[in-house]
Each structure stands twice: as C-alpha cells, then as structure tokens.
Design a protein around this ligand. Structure first.
Ligand SMILES: CC(=O)SCCNC(=O)CCNC(=O)[C@H](O)C(C)(C)COP(=O)(O)OP(=O)(O)OC[C@H]1O[C@@H](n2cnc3c(N)ncnc32)[C@H](O)[C@@H]1OP(=O)(O)O
Length: 418
C-alpha cells in the first residue's frame, strides 16, 4: 500500500475509525462518488447507522484517503436461518491515491476482522461488479428493474383481491406497522436482512433533492379483517403532453404477507389515474406480478447483479443453511485471499440441516470460494457455473446432485441497499 519513495512518517496508516473523525471520513467517501452533497437528513441517518468500531479509515496525516465500513447484519439463508453477515459498505479511496493497493489493504483488514468476530459471511453491493471478485465475492442475487406500460399491460389478479381494503397513510406515521410486515417476511426469502432499530428510517428517507419532480413519498396500506397485511411506498411523477396525462408511478417498496394482498397492491399501482407507467428498481427476479401481466415484453424487465456474497468461513457458512435435496459432496476449495478456507470440505445435508467439515477424502467438485459465494443463497446454479468452466466435476454426478441441493425454491433477493 505504501509508496516506495514515502518515508515511514508519510506512509498511510490504516486504523479503526473514531467517532470524532466520522465527518472527514464520510466526506472522503462522498467525494469518491462525485462529491455531490447529500441532504442533511440522509447524512444524519448514515452517521447514526455507521458502526464506527467496525469501520476503518486510511489516513495520511490528517487527510483521510480510504474508507470502509461494516454493518452487523443478519442475513436469511436457504432454510430460513438468520446468519451473522458483515455488510461491507462505504468503500472508497481518494482519487489521488487510487491503484496503489489501498483498497486491497482495507479488504485484507476487513476480512481478517470478520473472521475474528466469528461471522461466516461478508456481503456487499458493488458500485462496479468487477471490483470484488478478486477478494472472493461472487454475485449471489440478481434483481430486476422494470418500466411497465400500464396503458397496454393488464394484470390478472387472484380471487379475493377485492376483499383487501386499501387506504392512504402518512409514511412516517405508519412506520411501525410497515416494519412489522417487513419483519414477518424476512425468514421467507434468502437474501433478506433482519433490520435493526434505526434501519426502518431508510425506507421513508425522502429528501426533496432526490425526487426529480415527483411527489413526496406516498404510502398505501393493505388491510384485511382490520389487520395490516401489506404496504406500498411510492412517488407519483405527474406529466402531461399534447395528448393528455402520462404520469409515472415510481415504486419504492412493496411488501405483503400473502399473495392476495400483494396482488391488490400491484393492482392499485397499475390503476392510479393520470399515470401510464409503473417503474420499479431492485425487485425480486421471481416476483408474482410478472406472471400476472398480459404482456411481459411491455414491462421492459432488466436484470442486474444484486448482493455479492463472500464465504469468510466455508465450514460454518455451508453448515448454516439447509439443502432442498440431500447432498453429500466433497468440495476442493481454492481461496487465495483467505487461505484458511483452502482445502477439502465435506458437506452433508438435507432440508433439515447440514454440517460441513474438513476432510482428507477425495474431492467430488473443485471450485473457488467465489463460486461458492455465488451459489450460496440458491439463486445461481452450480451446474451453470460448471457449464461456464467455473466448477470442475471430479466425481461424475456430483455437480447435478449439488446443484439440486443448493437451489432455492424462492429466488434470493436483497430488499434494500446499504
Ligand atoms: C461496497 C461498496 O462500498 S462499493 C463502492 C466502491 N467505491 C467506489 O466505487 C468509489 C470510487 N472508486 C474508488 O474509490 C476506488 O477506485 C476503489 C475503492 C474502487 C479502488 O481502490 P484502489 O485503492 O484504487 O484499489 P487497489 O489499488 O487496492 O486495487 C486492488 C485491485 O483491484 C483492481 N481495481 C480497483 N478498482 C477497480 C475498478 N473500479 N474496476 C476494476 N478493477 C479495479 C485494481 O486494478 C487491483 O487489481 P490487481 O489486484 O489485479 O492488482
């Protein structure tokens, strides 16, 4: 990381962040992302959410030249367990110090720390997907963005949808009931994050500077039998041309406890008067509305990477999830950045539980920790990685066996950025 010509005193120093340094540290991060100031509300939120004891900075004298943070998350894995995971965040290096190994030094420190804390996983969302594979992260979830032409696309909803009552509410006033709905959904889908107090505010953060002409955040609750069974948060962006109205509904979040409530909320979003488009970003790839529409092509679905997953402790991570069909395979794992994972591991498990221990038995499959990260949440098939030359089958049949076992019936999905 240090420049060859630098004296000892000039060498950048990597250390744990202090609370009183947060402002300089955060300004370094913002500048690395272009330097456009955030709203006071957003800055205050990230200040309160930053876990300084788990964050690191690289300093040259008083100047901060590198930043990286960790949130202490719990991540749902296949089978529904909630597993400690380091949410790697706020990574930046000053442009004056780029490509000298500052990021590499921070990744080294972080993954050593995460191992010491005893957490089996690290996860992140990447500004650019190319950055993190070299540190053992694989793309474990995908997500869709959509732009639905609601003048042409009709939604067929299941029976009972009309029994769901919808009502507007002020988003901040119903934060607790919405959060309760979210909390009941967390175990249902791999990739979901159990939210700690404070994180619910992210869902209603609504700086005017981010609205781009759209309304303040709106919220509609779905109720049945007096109980809140779902909610949608969205903005409406009015627009008119010579032919009349062509506004857009920009969906921020929708959660519901059952498919009927979910359909009722989507039906509502499709039908708001004076609008002709519904846009949404970062939705699950298997979300039900896609199978209820009359014309999927006019929904302009695009897929991109979501959560990048790194197994910090291969044995603990693979043993923490379940497998939808029985698996008994020996993995030969290569992990150049975290060599404590390198070697052979026997995974034995089924839908009830699993164990993954070191072994001297012959390998069935050979792969790098990055592929294990990609396949871990059940959204990327080991067989597909095999077809791409990223997994080598040593024992015939082992790839199919492991692929079926690893798959998740529900696509993994990260509910929000961090
Ligand atoms: C989880 C998050 O927070 S994602 C946010 C990441 N931050 C940003 O995108 C902000 C703008 N960019 C930056 O701050 C910096 O350019 C960083 C953090 C991406 C990279 O920092 P640097 O200190 O320049 O990286 P470093 O010199 O340690 O490079 C390590 C390796 O990654 C590679 N690398 C670094 N950045 C990139 C990139 N953007 N794309 C592709 N490869 C990259 C380097 O070439 C090097 O490769 P090598 O191992 O083959 O030698």
């Amino acid at each position: 990381m240090a420049k060859d010509s630098a004296s000892e005193a000039d060498r950048p120093e990597l250390r744990v962040l202090r609370k009183d340094e947060w402002g300089i540290w955060y300004d370094t991060l913002i500048r690395a992302f272009g330097g456009v100031a955030e709203s006071a509300e957003e800055r205050e939120l990230w200040d309160s959410l930053t876990e300084v004891d788990r964050s690191i900075g690289v300093w040259e004298g008083d100047a901060c030249v590198g930043t990286a943070g960790v949130f202490s998350f719990r991540l749902t894995v296949p089978g529904g367990a909630s597993v400690p995971a380091a949410g790697v965040t706020m990574v930046s290096v000053a442009a004056t110090h780029r490509r000298r190994g500052v990021l590499r030094s921070m990744m080294r420190r972080q993954l050593d720390d995460v191992r010491e804390w005893g957490w089996p996983l690290a996860v992140l969302t990447a500004s650019e997907p190319e950055i993190y594979g070299r540190f053992g992260y694989g793309v474990g979830t995908f997500q869709t963005s959509v732009e639905i032409d609601t003048t042409r696309v009709r939604l067929s909803v299941p029976p009972g949808t009309d029994d769901v009552r919808l009502r507007y509410a002020v988003p901040a006033d119903v934060l607790d009931v919405c959060e309760a709905v979210y909390a009941r959904k967390v175990a249902d889908r791999p990739g979901m994050l159990a939210r700690q107090p404070g994180w619910e505010r992210l869902g209603v953060l609504d700086p005017e500077s981010d609205r781009d002409g759209a309304s303040p955040l709106q919220c509609v609750l779905a109720e049945r039998g007096g109980e809140v069974v779902g909610y949608a948060r969205f903005h409406v962006k009015p627009e008119w041309d010579g032919n009349g109205p062509k506004g857009a509904v920009n969906l921020r979040d929708v959660q519901a406890l059952d498919p009927v409530a979910q359909a009722a909320l989507w039906q509502f979003l499709f039908g708001i008067d004076l609008t002709s488009t519904v846009t949404a970003r970062a939705r699950p790839v298997d979300e039900a509305w896609q199978y209820q529409v009359s014309d999927i092509r006019r929904c302009a679905v695009r897929v991109r990477d979501g959560l990048h997953v790194r197994l910090v402790d291969v044995g603990a991570a693979l043993g923490a999830r379940t497998y939808q069909a029985p698996v008994d395979v020996v993995f030969e794992v290569e992990d150049a950045f975290c060599p404590w994972n390198t070697g052979r591991w026997r995974l034995s498990g089924d839908a009830k539980g699993a164990s993954c221990e070191r072994t001297t038995d012959a390998a069935d499959l050979s792969l790098s920790v990055r592929e294990l990260g990609a396949a871990y949440l059940g959204g990327v098939s080991l067989a597909a990685l095999g077809a791409a030359g990223r997994v080598r089958e040593v024992r015939q049949g082992a790839l199919a066996e492991a692929s079926v076992g690893f798959a998740s019936a529900v696509a993994p999905w990260l509910p929000h950025g961090f």
